[in-house]
Write a protein of this length. Sequence first.
Length: 225
Amino acid sequence: MKPRPDKGKIKILKNGPYLVTGDIPLAEEIIVIGAEGEPERWAKGRDYPRTDPYTLCRCGASKKPPFCDGSHLHSGFDGTETAAPGYELDEADRTTGPELDLTWSAKLCAGARFCHRAGDAWNATEHSEDPARREIAVQEACDCPTGSLIAWDKKTGKAIEPEMEPSIGLIVNPKAGESGPLWVKGGIPIESADGTLYETRNRVTLCRCGASKNKPFCDGSHTNK
C-alpha cells in the first residue's frame, strides 16, 4: 500500500512519543468477549477530541495516557527501534484450504486472540468449502488488529482486507484488565526516528507500554506487565 499525504503521518521521536499529524481521529476500541471466553467482536469506546498535532505515549509511564506528559525523560526509556522496515510475507506461515489460504506472521502478532474463537481460524480455513466455516475464517482474520493474520481468496489470489478509514484506536481488553497497543488503521504512514518509512499497511499495532522487543510494533509484551 502506498502512503497518501492526506492520510496524515505518525512520526516516532527518538526515545520519545509518537507525533501524530494530519488530523487523525483517536478513539477507544474495546474487545468484546463471547460465550466461549474468547474475543468475539470489536466495540467502539470513547472518542477523543480532535486535535492536530498530538503526541501519544510510547514509554508506558505517562500519567496522562494515552498522551505523552514527558515521563520518558525521567523513566530511562529506551525506545530503540528494532523492527525491520518492511513486512516480509515470505516469512509468514501459510495454511491452505479449499476456498481460502491463511497467512500468519509471528513477528507481527500482538496476542489479541480473535483467531481462537469457534475452533480457530486455521481449522476454519482448512474446512473453508463450508460457507459458514469460510465466513468464520475471514471474520477472524479481518478482526486481527495487527494484520499478522490475513485470509486470501483462492479464486482471485487476493488478500481479503477490511475497509478502514485512517484512524488510531486505543485497544482496551476489559476481561484482562489491560490496555493494549495503538491500532493504526487505513494505511497511515509511520516514520522512524531516523526518517525511514516503514511499509505502509492497512492495519498494524504500535507498542505503547514500552516493553516490546519489536519496537515500534506491539509484540504482546503488555500482557506480561
